[in-house]
Design a binder for this molecule. Structure first.
Ligand SMILES: [Zn+2]
Length: 75
């Protein structure tokens, strides 16, 4: 099965009275994060990885993740 890693951010959260305030905020935060991530080609690696180039163990945030191919490596 072909896995499509690119995705479109959901439409901005709509005010909806059936959603609790907490859920509403969570949706807004997720959306803001998606928008932020979408503006960069490189994002910090979300989980520990081995650098493919120099085989160093990287803690989350120490390396970068290529959004195009999801390869991780040190900065
Ligand atoms: Zn490296």
């Amino acid at each position: 099965m072909f896995l499509e890693y690119t995705f479109n951010p959901p439409p901005p959260p709509q005010q909806h009275h059936s959603l609790s305030q907490a859920r509403e905020e969570e949706r807004r935060e997720n959306y803001a994060q998606l928008v932020m991530t979408d503006g960069h080609d490189l994002v910090p690696n979300p989980e520990p990885v081995d650098c493919r180039i120099c085989y160093v163990d990287l803690q989350p945030g120490e390396g970068v993740l290529l959004r195009e191919c999801l390869h991780c490596f040190c900065r």
